[in-house]
Design a protein around this ligand. Structure first.
Ligand code: GLU
Length: 510
């Protein structure tokens, strides 16, 4: 029988969530939704050294902004509460001891200093030190010390760790839903620490496996950086006797630098001017990092862009709503090789979403910016102005520059446009045009256009010159939409006022 799909996003709160992490969460979410499954959020905070205050809140807010909904986990609750590993600490020791009892793990008493010294010794001989079958019986471990001594050391409070006893020379055979069959010889692996008495906490490997089992996770979808841990995870499932219920694995390709080689880092973003985090971040020590939200990206555009970094639908389609992503996503179409991040493509996606927004949606986003500029207008007008100019905008913040003339008369006139058009017959023709406009009652776009064009043709005036002179009066520069978009928007009175203002205030070029 197929198991119910239960996936988890399991970030460690060690800093702001990288966009690669958001993509992992997204793919888990799409997979869960497509299969009618459950999306779990588990916070893996057992590494107290790397814990960063504020990081968990940042993760939760990022997922919310992206529209990635959590069914079970931190912030939501569920049948396996708590979902924060630091609050589950009582669970793990039992499992670590179970492995010791079964001969799959052992106590080790060596100190950090002793290990450092060993490492140096090896280096001097030109070898690399590995804590594995070659040495574990020569070090102070429960494999080399008598049982009473082990007990005595634990009883008197010596520090210890529990390490996994990696088998020697065994081929672990694994399957990955993206990478296919993978084999690794255990002699290349070391004895990872599973539990530390110093802080009474498990390490990532133990807590991750135990929790995935207890939370009945069916599929582990995570970043490629965890692929080297897969043999250990397979062996841990075997050691616990859980092989037949272990999850299926899918390791996602890395997000690469825009230039190709290497993992996308904050430094790449800083150098090339794009964020690598979903939200603006301030670290406890005051360092900051840009975020997509604060840089003006729409969450839908951001998600759409991320979805296609590593997955392709097998068609030419590029614009996907969340629902379309849910319907179309498949792990089979996730690539094995890294996905190169393209900052311009991110902007392109945002522009596409901008162009498809309705006037009402645009109004809601644009009103705060208008208010910042002291403009109080109806949503209808805010949306109409934005709607006329949206094709030229990438971000909402572009709209003020693109539309300000709808709301404020020119305070000055652009030099280039003035030199080109504010001369010769044009000022006289503008005076005549003013009278034509003054005689129009129905100032709608179509009617004004019909009358003015008729008049220009009848007079035999050069159309471009007349329109550009009018543009100088109404916009003050050589930019903006069609002139009748402007006249109908600002209305007759304001149109005449702006023309008068140019005629009275700007001396024509000789
Ligand atoms: N806590 C790990 C991380 O931060 C989770 C890895 C996994 O999904 O197994 O990425």
């Amino acid at each position: 029988m197929e198991r119910p799909v239960r996936v988890r996003f399991a970030p460690s709160p060690t800093g702001p969530l990288h966009i690669g992490g958001v993509r992992t969460a997204l793919y888990n979410y799409l997979f869960a939704r497509q299969h009618g499954g459950t999306m779990i959020l588990r916070i893996e905070d057992t590494d107290s050294q790397r814990f960063v205050p504020g990081a968990e809140e940042y993760i939760l807010e990022s997922l919310k902004w992206c529209g990635i909904e959590i069914d079970e986990g931190v912030g939501v609750g569920g049948p396996h509460t708590p979902y924060r590993q630091s609050e589950r600490r009582d669970i793990y020791l039992k499992y670590a001891k179970q492995l010791v009892d079964a001969g799959w793990a052992y106590y080790a008493f060596d100190t950090a200093e002793e290990l450092d010294a060993l490492r140096k010794e090896y280096e001097q001989r030109g070898e690399t030190f590995a804590y594995n079958y070659t040495i574990r019986e020569k070090l102070p471990t429960s494999l080399s010390l008598p049982a009473e001594e082990v007990e005595a050391r634990i009883a008197r409070g010596d520090q210890w760790v529990i390490r996994f006893k990696m088998p020697e020379n065994e081929v672990v055979k694994m399957d990955d839903l993206i990478r296919g069959h993978v084999e690794v010889n255990t002699s290349t692996l070391d004895d990872k620490v599973l539990y530390k008495s110093a802080d009474a906490l498990p390490t990532y490997h133990l807590a991750n496996i135990v929790d995935d089992r207890l939370m009945e996770v069916s599929h582990v979808i995570r970043g490629e950086e965890w692929l080297p841990s897969l043999p250990l995870h397979y062996l841990l499932y075997r050691a616990f006797g859980w092989s037949d219920v272990q999850p299926q694995f899918a390791h996602l390709p890395l997000l690469l630098k825009p230039t190709g080689g290497g993992k996308l880092s904050k430094r790449d973003g800083d150098k090339m001017g794009f964020p690598v985090f979903p939200l603006f971040w301030t670290s406890p020590t005051g360092e900051t990092a840009r975020g997509y939200r604060e840089d003006g990206y729409f969450p839908e555009a951001f998600i759409n862009m991320l979805a296609l970094l590593g997955w392709n639908p097998g068609t030419e389609q590029e614009i996907f709503s969340m629902q379309e992503l849910i319907d179309n996503f498949s792990l089979e179409r996730v690539s094995k090789s890294g996905a190169r991040f393209q900052p311009d493509k991110a902007k392109w996606f945002n522009a596409q979403y901008m162009h498809h927004k309705s006037d009402a949606e645009l109004a809601a986003l644009f009103q705060p910016i208008l208010r910042e500029h002291g403009i109080e207008v109806s949503d209808e007008l805010a949306g109409r102005a934005a709607g006329i100019m949206k094709e030229r905008a990438t971000f909402i913040t572009d709209l003020w520059d693109l539309t300000s003339f709808f709301f404020v008369a020119p305070a000055e006139y652009e030099e280039k446009q003035t030199r080109k058009y504010w001369k010769g017959d044009n000022p006289r023709i503008l005076t005549e045009l003013r009278e034509v406009l003054a005689s129009i009652d129905d100032f709608s776009l179509e009617n004004t256009e019909r009358i003015v064009h008729g008049w220009i043709e009848q007079k035999g005036y050069p159309m471009g010159q007349v329109m550009n002179t009018l543009r100088l009066a109404l916009v003050g520069a050589g930019k903006g939409p069609g002139m009748y978009d402007v006249t109908s928007f600002i209305g007759k009175e304001e149109t005449l006022r702006r023309i008068d203002s140019l005629l009275q205030n700007l001396k024509p070029i000789e």
